[in-house]
Write a protein that binds this ligand. Structure first.
Ligand SMILES: [Zn+2]
Length: 302
């Protein structure tokens, strides 16, 4: 198994990583939540046929200790457990939970989120002070405008801190009132110092996401669900994707959406390996950067 071939099952992942000479994976986009909230999220995915028009059987539907074991068995050394609110009044307590989870769970980093509401800047500042190393903003689930004046100070605080923020602002898998790369482009113009990771590489607006990365040195793309068979059915990558990654190769980071994925984790890794193999200017150095070095640098755990 050459490094560029990619693992064909989760069991093969640790050997594959060893072959690449990597100490493990750094996954910038996973989800952990208080048990009760996670159950609700899973109930939602159970009705994916209704919500998304596509079945979405959660692959890693286990209790928390088992999910953590799965990650460490895969060789995930560090991961960002991301949380996000779908309504006001929720972000602050989610942050308390996520900061504590990140501080007390092996491999996890403390994370936080925000919502346009009075007091947002205060709890964002508190989370940064409390050691948050990654933020998540979900424009579609939150149903808010990322340009909302109530978020302005928070974006500014994030830009000043250099702490990365994973932003789900794409139209996929569901369109929201304020999704779309062009909406978020206005936030980037106002806050040029922001370190923003475009979740799902902007799915399905991959080309526009690449342009944003080209125009803003603080913009990164995460690989979450990108290029796997499941997503190719509704949001296929452009045929010259690998070629177009070359100029931003240093700004692509591993994300998986673990545990809420309807396929094995190894498939995501194989997809990334496929891009590396398809373009000789990418190759093994790209793979090593995406799977470990770049996300490790962003999370400050190099
Ligand atoms: Zn996600």
């Amino acid at each position: 198994m050459s490094g560029l071939e990619g693992p064909s099952s989760d069991e093969e992942v640790p050997d594959w990583l060893a072959g690449l000479g990597l100490p493990g994976l750094v996954d910038l986009h996973t989800h952990f939540l208080p048990e009760r909230v996670l159950r609700k999220v899973w109930d939602y995915f159970d009705l994916a046929g209704t919500h998304y028009g596509i079945e979405w059987p959660i692959r890693y539907r286990f209790d928390e200790p088992t999910r953590l074991d799965v990650l460490s068995g895969l060789g995930v050394r560090v991961f960002a457990p991301l949380v996000y609110p779908h309504k006001p009044g929720m972000a602050e307590w989610l942050n308390r939970w996520a900061l504590e989870f990140g501080r007390t769970t092996a491999g996890a980093v403390p994370t936080a989120t925000m919502y346009p509401e009075p007091g947002a800047a205060e709890y964002v500042a508190a989370a940064l002070e409390g050691g948050a190393r990654c933020f998540k903003v979900h424009v579609q689930v939150g149903g808010f405008d990322p340009r909302d004046p109530l978020l302005r100070r928070s974006w500014q605080l994030l830009a000043e801190s250099g702490v990365p923020v994973v932003v789900h602002c794409g139209h996929g898998p569901l369109r929201g009132e304020f999704t779309g790369m062009d909406v978020f482009a206005e936030v980037l113009e106002r806050h040029p110092g922001l370190v923003a990771v475009l979740a799902h590489a902007g799915m399905p607006e991959y080309g526009r996401a690449l342009e944003l990365a080209r125009d803003h040195p603080g913009v990164y793309l995460d690989t979450t669900m990108v290029g796997v068979v499941f997503s190719e059915r509704f949001a296929p990558l452009p045929s010259d994707w690998a070629d177009r990654l070359v100029p931003v190769a240093e700004r692509v980071v591993l994300g998986s959406d673990f545990p809420n994925i309807p396929y094995p984790y190894a498939e995501q890794l194989a997809a990334v390996a496929g891009w590396a193999a398809a373009e000789e200017r990418l190759g093994i150095p790209f793979l090593r950067a995406v799977l470990h070095d770049t996300p490790a640098r962003l999370l400050g755990c190099g």
